[in-house]
Design a protein around this ligand. Structure first.
Ligand SMILES: Cc1cc2nc3c(=O)[nH]c(=O)nc-3n(C[C@H](O)[C@H](O)[C@H](O)COP(=O)(O)OP(=O)(O)OC[C@H]3O[C@@H](n4cnc5c(N)ncnc54)[C@H](O)[C@@H]3O)c2cc1C
Length: 338
């Protein structure tokens, strides 16, 4: 529960205040949208070249006619909570997402959604009316009466409230590098949050794969956890593009192996579904893919500083979890029901 003085401070801040959000993943973008709707000045900073964080879509060109489009982070999502459904309904209405299927292998009737042009397009849609700075890595946080945020690119941003949405170990590093001390109990809880690694292989094929309809396969292989046809999913019309996700244990074991060795092993393990020569591939290493352990509340507000932390590790390892954390964090900052 917030102390009364804290409530008062945040209330005074909110009308005229500026909020800096570190992280342009889905949780940061949801927070930014909700705060901006209520009149706050919001700036989103992200170190990535593109927006979206783990909502990641990439193109690989082969020739003038052949280009693969790959979702290589989050693959699809479903909805449990009505608060998330409101956002999903808007994305459906705006043509940003569509239903991909109602189950992989076994149809269970529950909608699985995907971005019409890949999952990153959800982030692009949310970012279109926001002030977002990509390729902007925050390296130092200073707080006196306001936040002064320094970036690797030697830019400075000022704000009254700071929201951090990177994976928790990255946020902790940033706080440590900035000599911002946390209470021992908070620090201990945050240090307990850990993530699976995931190696992804993005492979462009000469011919269609034999991944069964609807184009996604959850596996319990010792090397592969997921295999998807981006062509069947509908996001790669000009190239037979498949995404392979490695099992966490495989990802830990082979993390430092070369791309060639990793691709050989994973493409080999998937050979019965690939059924085609591979004409080009790329390997991506997700150091923080899915959280394994979670914070006990949907966001963290520091008692002494106007600093809020949010993201999937505060709710559940899914797009929905990140969105619900973002809604809860924004609600805290605005001190009202949204
Ligand atoms: C391989 C993989 C498969 C997945 N599959 C699914 C799935 O099928 N369905 C599903 O629902 N979910 C899936 N997920 C999980 C889902 O992608 C995440 O839960 C969700 O996207 C997390 O959003 P977020 O905003 O909390 O974090 P992120 O998306 O990680 O956003 C954090 C942002 O912070 C930025 N950042 C970090 N440090 C700094 C810094 N110093 N300065 C500036 N910016 C910084 C990062 O660049 C990043 O953009 C998957 C994730 C992965 C990686």
């Amino acid at each position: 529960m917030l102390r009364n003085e804290q409530k008062q401070e945040l209330k005074q801040l909110k009308d005229s205040s500026a909020c800096i959000i570190i992280g342009g993943g889905i949780s940061g973008l949801i927070i930014a949208t909700l705060l901006q709707r209520r009149g706050m000045k919001v700036t989103v900073l992200d170190k990535g070249r593109g927006i979206g964080g783990r909502l990641a879509t990439r193109r690989i060109n082969y020739s003038e006619d052949i280009e693969g489009v790959f979702d290589y982070g989050a693959q699809y999502f479903s909805v449990k909570q009505p608060e998330f459904q409101v956002w999903v309904d808007d994305w459906l209405k705006q043509g940003v997402i569509r239903e991909w299927c109602r189950g992989f292998g076994k149809v269970d009737g529950k909608s699985r959604y995907c971005g019409v042009k890949g999952t990153r397009s959800i982030a692009k849609y949310l970012a279109q009316d926001l002030e977002v700075h990509t390729s902007t890595r925050v390296v130092k946080l200073n707080y006196e009466t306001q936040w002064l945020i320094e970036t690797e690119e030697n830019q400075q941003f000022r704000g009254d409230i700071l929201v951090m949405t990177p994976p928790v170990p990255q946020s902790l590093d940033l706080l440590d590098n900035s000599q911002i001390d946390l209470a021992t109990s908070i620090r201990t809880s945050l240090e307990q949050i850990s993530y699976h690694r995931c190696i992804a292989v993005l492979a462009l094929l000469e011919k269609p794969s034999s991944i069964p309809t609807p184009g996604g396969l959850a596996l319990e292989d010792e090397s592969l956890v997921w295999l998807a046809s981006n062509s069947q999913k509908g996001i790669s019309p000009n190239g037979y593009a498949i995404t392979l996700h490695a099992y966490p244990h495989f990802s830990d074991t082979y993390w430092n192996y070369s791309d060639t060795e990793i691709a050989q092993k994973l493409l080999g393990a998937a050979s019965s579904w690939i059924n085609s020569p591979v004409i080009k591939y790329q390997v991506h290493r997700w150091r923080y893919s899915l959280p394994k352990t979670f914070y006990s509340k949907p966001y963290l507000a520091l008692p002494e500083l106007p600093l809020v932390m949010a993201g999937d590790a505060f709710v559940s390892p899914k797009i929905e979890g990140a969105v619900l954390s973002g809604i809860a964090a924004a609600r805290y900052i605005l001190q009202e029901s949204i």
